[in-house]
Design a protein. Structure first.
Length: 107
């Protein structure tokens, strides 16, 4: 069975073996943009894609930096809370010791 391929399923993927495209009769001749070699555009596109490929890495680095700062801030807050708790405990122990000494002196 020798059927011609369609646009979605071409008979072959090799462009040299495909039938040449015929100009459309609905469009006037010369209406398409002329062929040109975009050397500068290719170079800028390559730079742009390289930069765009680095954007997620930069975002991830910034996100990790922010998370590390937040974790350090949380650790400092926990150390401060622990130090205050220990200070209150030490003050209560000091008051108990003073009371015990006063009771011992009174008797």
């Amino acid at each position: 069975m020798n059927t011609a391929g369609t646009i979605d399923r071409p008979l072959t993927h090799d462009p040299k073996k495909q039938a040449p495209m015929k100009p459309s009769t609905s469009e006037p001749a010369g209406s398409a943009t002329p062929d040109f070699t975009p050397t500068g555009a290719t170079r800028s596109r390559q730079n742009r894609t390289r930069e765009m490929q680095l954007i997620p890495e930069a975002l991830a680095r910034a996100h990790m930096h922010e998370r590390l700062q937040y974790a350090e801030q949380e650790r400092r807050a926990m150390r401060l809370a622990t130090a205050r708790r220990m200070q209150r405990r030490a003050e209560r122990a000091s008051l108990r010791a003073r009371r015990a000494l006063a009771m011992a002196v009174m008797q």
